[in-house]
Design a protein around this ligand. Structure first.
Ligand SMILES: [Zn+2]
Length: 89
């Protein structure tokens, strides 16, 4: 990724505007998504917050069901448990 080095001021309560182009590149939807803020050495790192799976904490392949995020691995595991129970009946 090309580092463009945009300079932005910080207001009196510590807020900074993240360039719209960067928000678009990260697919961050204003007022919907959140960012995770962390430190890596002397850098402040912003990442799009990816809600974790209710069961395993993974953030990949998420599906929402009844307000809960569930990953595809856990869905597959649940399907296997259900199919074993059906076979056992
Ligand atoms: Zn999971």
């Amino acid at each position: 990724m090309k580092m463009t080095g945009i300079v932005r001021g910080i207001d009196e309560v510590g807020r900074i505007v993240i360039p719209k182009e960067y928000r678009r590149m990260l697919k961050v939807n204003d007022k919907e998504d959140a960012l995770e803020i962390s430190m890596e050495g002397d850098r402040i790192v912003l990442r799009k917050h990816m809600p974790a799976c209710t069961f395993c904490g993974s953030a990949e392949g998420m599906v929402e069901y009844n307000g809960h995020k569930i990953c595809r691995n856990c869905i597959a595991n649940l399907e296997q448990i259900v199919s074993q129970q059906v076979e056992g009946e």
